[in-house]
Design a protein around this ligand. Structure first.
Ligand code: GLY
Length: 610
């Protein structure tokens, strides 16, 4: 059975049973407490919490959808037979309408009659704590259990399955058969799952049927740690999720999801020399995910959803780079993704996907080769060296972990993420230690300040000087080089090579760029590296100056690789550009033949945190 047939059957089956077909929502949800849409129920959260009325919005208490979904939690599993980052989730929902009896019977009928599949076994909730204090006596009768988060065993579902002839009903706990909530709070409840066999005879979880009975006051982690409370949900209901890819694997009797027609046209099925099956699958998964994320407006960045996209793009790109075979070229894979899915998702734009991909590639390839060389040099890749590779060369965690092999055995994702988050704090704390609180008189040659207040303004203007140099290069070209600079608390004076007087339009553009970079509130970071590495990173420096073997590079941007500005420098700088406030170019003049001088002053106060 083709996947198009499965889609059609699923929607029709539930439409015939009073469900309104609702289109997939975007992968970028309205709900600010979650980065990406992880389940079909996300767009319907408000119908369970009582904030919205399904009858009013849909004319029915039941809906059905095929939802674009994305789970970062599964990223390390991608490459096996059944895990994906992006997937399509088929789901039927009831908001205060039908409950356990109908939900289980619908699922049973759909799987066995419509799909013609055998159910290997099902699971039901064993209660929590596992020895139940308040055994359930019927549907919707579990709210008494919410105090102390005791949730009774789901004997009702067990009975329904048995009455349908399913004999193998297994009892499981919170980890497996209790759904939600998504985000920082929300609907949740016990579930029952259906397992069917794939083409390799393995039992695969295909369908998860959630009995939304509770509102959880905190996140799932908080709930599991006993720090969140369960309250009765205003509108109880049903929320189900069935991965289209997994169901297709069972229906098409393939051994993995990657052999279903959902991935059919992406890459040659024959082995590609030098590529393990796992790598091939990762590229297939990531290419699809990248295409869908971009089409929902995500752009690569170092924050939030953009950071997820960037990691996927770079990981896929590393394989493309290492394998270097025509079948493996990502534009070819993107074209196939587009051909397979544009019919269902008209928002997929091939041009947009390729444009964003090429842009990211251009930035990344400059440092990829060098980063891979650096990675080889480490005997052991600990969290510090991994972070160095990420920060300096943009090599994502996943790639370090894989290519580093044995040497990354102790590298853990949580530690890396922690390091990432602490990074801004560290560079800020370093500055405080060095320059804070002593009423010192600073004179670095370039920077002069008589007290802390003066130092703050000089620091703001120092970062401004870096932004200024890059903005001048943006407007006037890369022939612009710093010839000297002098920073006081009043102004920065910047001398640079350029042959003629600037037009007022050019001055206006430079000023605008600098203020724009300030408004973007970019972080300022610093890395210490060998002079050769620093030069290769593209950091600006004086050609004539003698630098020591180890130099510091200050950069304005999330990482050295992405930085808007990077320069050899001793600091100090603001922690984030917003601390500068606002600036104005007050003067532009000649100082010598081929050398211009610009003065820039602060025009608006800002909170100084560095
Ligand atoms: N919301 C149910 C599931 O995603 O499995």
């Amino acid at each position: 059975m083709k996947s198009s047939e499965i889609r059609r059957k699923f929607l029709k089956f539930f439409e015939e049973r009073g469900h309104v077909i609702v289109p997939s929502s975007s992968l970028v949800p309205d709900d600010p407490s979650v980065l990406l849409t992880t389940a079909g129920m996300q767009q319907f959260k408000r119908y369970y919490t009582g904030e919205a009325d399904a009858m009013k919005d849909f004319g029915s208490k039941s809906t059905v959808s095929i939802q674009k979904s994305f789970r970062t939690s599964d990223i390390d599993e991608v490459g096996d037979e059944r895990h994906l980052t992006f997937f399509e989730m088929m789901g039927n929902f009831s908001f205060g309408g039908y409950f356990k009896e109908e939900a289980i019977t619908y699922a049973f009928d759909f799987i066995t009659k419509e799909m013609g599949l055998l159910i290997s076994y099902v699971t039901v909730f064993q209660g929590s704590p596992s020895t139940p204090k308040n055994p359930s006596t019927g549907s919707g009768n579990t709210e008494q259990a919410s105090s102390g988060n005791n949730i009774p065993k789901d004997t009702e579902s067990k009975g329904i399955w048995e009455s349908l002839g399913v004999k193998d009903v297994r009892e499981e706990g919170m980890d497996d058969v209790f759904w939600g909530p998504t985000g920082s709070s929300g609907p949740c409840g016990p579930t029952t799952e259906i397992y069917c066999k794939n083409g390799a005879g393995q039992d695969i979880e295909v369908w998860n049927i959630v009995f939304n009975e509770f509102f959880c006051t905190g996140s799932r982690e908080e709930l599991l740690a006993g720090r969140a409370e369960l309250k009765p949900l205003p509108t109880k209901g049903i929320d189900t999720g069935m991965g289209l890819e997994r169901l297709a694997m069972c229906a098409q009797k393939t051994k993995t999801i990657f052999e279903t027609d959902l991935f059919g046209g992406f890459l040659k099925k024959e082995p590609i020399s030098g590529v393990t099956e796992r790598v091939r699958r990762i590229v297939l998964d990531h290419a699809r995910a990248i295409a869908f994320l971009i089409s929902d407006g995500v752009e690569p960045s170092n924050k939030g959803a953009g950071y997820i996209l960037r990691r996927l793009v770079r990981r896929a790109m590393v394989y493309e780079y290492l394998v270097n075979q025509i079948e493996f070229k990502l534009p070819i894979v993107f074209t196939a993704v587009h051909e397979t899915y544009a019919r269902w998702y008209p928002e997929l734009s091939k041009e947009e996907i390729l444009n964003i991909f090429e842009g990211e590639k251009e930035r990344f390839l400059i440092s990829l080769e060098q980063g891979l060389k650096e990675l080889k040099k480490f005997e052991k890749v600990d969290v510090k060296s991994a972070f160095f590779l990420f920060q300096s060369f943009g090599i994502p965690y996943e790639v370090i972990k894989e290519l580093g092999g044995e040497r990354t055995i102790h590298l853990k994702r949580e530690d890396f993420e922690k390091e990432f988050e602490e990074h801004q704090e560290i560079s800020r704390a370093g500055l405080e230690k060095k320059f804070g609180g002593h009423g010192l008189i600073l004179d670095t040659g370039e920077l002069k300040a008589g007290d802390v207040e003066e130092l703050r303004n000089a620091t703001r203007l120092h970062t401004t000087t870096h932004l200024l140099q890059q903005a001048l290069r943006d407007v006037l070209g890369d022939s612009v080089h710093q010839m000297g600079s002098d920073v006081t608390s009043e102004r920065t004076r910047f001398d640079f090579s350029f042959a003629r007087k600037l037009t007022s339009d050019e001055i206006g553009r430079v000023e605008k760029i600098v203020n724009k970079k300030i408004e973007e509130n970019l972080p300022v970071g610093c890395v210490e590296m060998s002079k050769e590495e620093a030069e290769r990173s593209g950091a600006l420096h004086f050609f004539k100056e003698k630098y020591p073997d180890k130099v510091k590079v200050y950069y304005v941007g999330e990482t050295l690789l992405d930085a808007y500005s990077k320069e050899f420098c001793g600091g100090p700088h603001v922690g984030r550009t917003e601390e500068i406030g606002r600036v104005k170019i007050s003067k532009e003049e000649a100082v010598a033949s081929g050398v211009r001088r610009m003065r820039v002053v602060l025009t608006k106060d800002a909170e100084f945190r560095s």
